[in-house]
Ligand binder design. Sequence first.
Ligand code: GLN
Ligand code: ZN
Length: 761
Amino acid sequence: MASHIVGYPRMGPKRELKFALESFWDGKSSAEDLKKVSADLRSSIWKQMADAGIKYIPSNTFSYYDQVLDTTAMLGAVPSRYNWTGGEIGFDTYFSMARGNASVPAMEMTKWFDTNYHFIVPELGPDVNFSYASHKAVDEYKEAKGLGVNTVPVLIGPVSYLLLSKPAKGVEKSFPLLSLLDKILPIYKEVISELKAAGASWIQFDEPTLVLDLEAHQLEAFTKAYAELESTLSGLDVLIETYFADVPAGAFKTLTALKGVTAFGFDLVRGTQTLDLIKGGFPSGKYLFAGVVDGRNIWANDLAASLELLKSLEGIVGKDKLVVSTSCSLLHTAVDLINETKLDDEIKSWLAFAAQKVVEVNALAKALAGDKDEAFFSAGAAAQASRKTSPRVTNEAVQKAAAALRGSDHRRATNVSARLDAQQKKLNLPVLPTTTIGSFPQTVELRRVRREYKAKKISEEEYVKAIKEEIKKVVDLQEELDIDVLVHGEPERNDMVEYFGEQLSGFAFTANGWVQSYGSRCVKPPIIYGDVSRPKPMTVFWSSIAQSMTKRPMKGMLTGPVTILNWSFVRNDQPRFETCYQIALAIKDEVEDLEKAGITVIQIDEAALREGLPLRKAEHAFYLNWAVHSFRITNVDIQDTTQIHTHMCYSNFNDIIHSIIDMDADVITIENSRSDEKLLSVFREGVKYGAGIGPGVYDIHSPRIPSTEEIADRVNKMLAVLDTNILWVNPDCGLKTRKYTEVKPALQAMVSAAKAIRTQL
Ligand code: GLN
Ligand code: ZN
């Protein structure tokens, strides 16, 4: 009985890759240093899996930035603005595509399916000259082999690669990206041939787009692509891996009929229908890679239940054709529980991170083969039982309050335009008011202060003094820049979700449970293990201090319930919406306490609302309904004169614009500048929008400083479709990842652009 891992986190148990990357980018270490850290990480991961007994160990799941960008590099599909001159793609070109450089912006980044991982979107068109320009897949295979580990090299499949790409600038939006299949397959063939020559016996193609709602011609592309690759693939075992949902019936048929393919991988954690499809007909003689260990969450596997499921699958595909696997790459879970010294034993017993999941996969495979580790299985059963009955999980008052929400819509009594009028009387803002999204740069010094306070190395008094000074600095800077609605800069926050989770009941925290978000950026999602409640106010203290430093309105800054939910590891023992309603009630208490403290503008960030959208259209309405409802619950009971802002990352909103309107916020700030103004097309098409709106005027993900003209140009474009009195001027997102040397001139340009346009109105 065999075991397989779809993919593994790259950052390292202590984020070694992050630090190596950032030091390299800052010019503090060499390319060789970066390569060395990376090679050490890869070798320890391969060794760990080999030691655990995993049979099919992946390679090429490491990446310096992103696996889709790696594929772009492999295919030599570098957009012309990076002035790449051919040959093997080096760090310069690679990181310029990822992050932009002094003269050109980065490529667009977007969320990887419904995860919080971001990939770099390929920009393709009829003129791209594809060439085999990165040998990374082969190099990594050889590297592992040199260490004595014969791995399964992993490539993003050619069809998913094209389906995830977009037409380059200047290429018609309707350009059929799949028509490029003929141009990229020859390069895939070269890679496959080299892998074969190097000794590979298996190859894995990730084709996760198979779980989406695909059209017939898109499904046909799979048939065509693998038929074309068949002869090159002959002699290899070929695994097509799918994940994040079940494969729809039509796609299942296409997939299991692919030529040259010998194995199929399915997510059996999220894909509840797949099982029936497999039961209904699985091609004989082919391998089934059964993803029963959850790659998206941190809960220990219910081993007994998995074993039962695996046994039933064994009955269908045969003993020697069933492989135990993870539901998806372990990239989306934390790395290793062993580094969690602060979690108590009870909670720890409920959890499994990537390293533990590897062990679970192997234990299941062995048990299936008749070699069951009884001690491991009974410890697992005891943990499952303790989680079901622990009093720490249940809070009856919270359950009652959440249940009482049903049946009501929770809408503010007055409509948005009347509210905006009432607010303007109080706030007296200029047209095109300027604001920022919340955070200001997080300096080394600031991180040190927080760290030392947490470690009790400095007193509460010293901590409060340091944070107050930081807030004062940020307030003074904003006044100097003449920004209209201020923020306190979020210096007390590590992370917009963790900060709240730490103060709410029902949440647990890890010390090193990092998950890659984009590039070197990682997040440490809280673990929601029990019913959620708010013991005391969370932000009122700092917001009141900040407001006392200025006469201008100071935004209270909260993270909304849907974002807290979507960026946490969520309990898997109750529906997501129930957990979300519980968080909404806690945030509602906070909003009301801020209002009582005299805060007149409150921003409730729902950065992650869009990414929680289910992958299949049929499930959208249900999700949007409870998500938007949760947001409204937070501010339903406040006065008309209190202005509620919300902020969202990523402007791919065209499909959910009506839900956004239904949130009924007074002002929404939205990321925009990196997505070619997709957002504005909605308004061009005539959607009625009466609330305030601030589409971001410059990209904060890049170190590049925008000019006044360029920002003015953007604002003018927006004015062409939006009413002057509802438009706000702000950056795309929070500024915490930037440096003051970037933030100051960028905001200066933003304010002067707004002022210049005001004089022309
Ligand atoms: N208020 C947060 C910040 O500025 C919002 C961050 C986000 O949208 N991701 O950092
Ligand atoms: Zn944002």
